[in-house]
Design a protein around this ligand. Structure first.
Ligand code: KG4
Ligand code: ZN
Length: 354
């Protein structure tokens, strides 16, 4: 017995190291969200190995889909739409998900849509419990999508669409956290491990630069990135940690973790506040795996609250990679363009767009 009369979408996500499937109604109600993490498999290598990830997606996709249906308490006949991540992500991992999605769509006679994974992260804000109607994204708003491979600041104008304000010029925030965690011997996945270590540390024991202010040079003219003041750069910060750690091995790991986390969070908060002031919005949507970070959530909340701006953060389970967000974005893709053609392809470098 299911709790909704709305049409249902089955979402499938395989862009990195999580095989995920979910059943989400057209009203944004999450009936099930199953995530099979490969973190343990990749931990022995210190990071995601693309071929290993793709092979595991191949093994896990169908069982994860079956579990999503059974946890939702529905049969295939109740599903009206299939949504699958088509990019950005690891090419081989994306290809497995798309092939599985096409095969299921063909076998079950269902329409298929390809979803932008980063739009999916934003659509975590359109999810709700059964009975709640939470489908549309609040507008106007500033969005900050911070994941293992992206750091994107964007504007969601009242009239619709999305304007990319700034992105990272080098490492993504999550990537920098993962690399520094590895340097500190904290293991993989690095972000949560670094956050745990930082809780025991004193961030003032190590002084790190804040790559703030206007960035000059030709990169300012990157298409789709307005000006340089919203651009991010984390690789210098990462190098500063490596240098300091190499020079003074007596530095305590929790102190370094705390100082680095603080520097990353300061940068993310500063750019977000600038965008809020410049575009006079009263809502900020935080999304992506790094949005699970407690310090980032608290700092953004405090600073925005002081400006009378609301911070919206999805529950942690919908910040890190999942398929409920893909299904929610799938409904939007369906509404905008209908079913994809059978020649739908993956796009590993797809930029954030709605
Ligand atoms: O969105 P996501 O699950 O996957 C990608 O699309 O990349 O983001 C993964 C990233 C990783 O870099 C991970 O270390 C980071 O999110 N992350 C965190 C936390 N949880 C996950 N970073 C800081 N603090 C956390 N609690
Ligand atoms: Zn992601």
């Amino acid at each position: 017995m299911i709790a909704t009369e709305h049409p249902l979408c089955l979402g499938l996500e395989t862009s990195c190291d999580e095989t995920a499937a979910a059943v989400v109604s057209r009203a944004g109600e999450v009936l099930s969200s199953v995530v099979a993490s490969q973190a343990q498999l990749h931990a022995q290598f210190g990071g995601v190995v693309p071929e290993v990830a793709a092979r595991r997606h191949l093994e896990a996709s169908l069982p994860v889909v079956e579990r999503a249906l059974s946890e939702a308490g529905v049969r295939w006949e109740r599903i009206s739409l299939l949504a699958v991540t088509r990019g950005p992500g690891l090419p081989a991992a994306l290809l497995v998900g798309l092939a599985v999605g096409k095969a299921l769509a063909l076998a079950r006679g269902l329409p298929l849509v390809g979803v932008n994974h980063l739009a999916g992260h934003l659509y975590a804000h359109a999810l709700g419990d059964p009975g709640q109607n939470a489908r549309s994204l609040p507008r106007p708003a500033v969005g900050l999508v911070v994941s293992g491979s992206h750091t994107d600041l964007c504007l969601l104008p009242a009239a619709g669409g999305l304007v990319l304000l700034g992105t990272t010029l080098d490492d993504a925030a999550g990537e920098a956290l993962d690399k520094v965690a590895r340097l500190l011997g904290l293991g993989y996945p690095g972000g949560p491990a670094l956050e745990r270590a930082a809780r025991e540390g004193d961030p003032t024991r190590l002084s790190l630069p804040r790559p703030l202010g206007l960035l000059r040079g030709p990169r300012q003219e990157q298409p789709g990135v307005v000006g340089g003041q919203y651009a991010f750069s984390f690789s210098g910060l990462k190098t500063a940690v490596a240098t300091a750690f190499g020079r003074d091995p007596g530095l305590a790991v929790p102190d370094v973790a705390a100082a680095f986390q603080q520097a990353v969070v300061d940068t993310l908060v500063q750019r977000t506040l600038s965008a809020v002031r410049d575009h006079r919005v009263h809502t900020v949507l935080l999304a992506g795996g790094v949005a699970a970070n407690g310090l980032l959530r608290t700092r953004l909340h405090t600073e925005l609250h002081a400006l009378g701006v609301e911070l919206r953060v999805p529950p942690v389970r919908y910040c890190t990679d999942n398929a409920a967000m893909i299904a929610a974005a799938g409904w939007m893709a369906w509404q905008q363009g209908g079913a994809a053609d059978w020649d739908l392809d993956v796009d590993p470098g797809l930029p954030l767009a709605l």
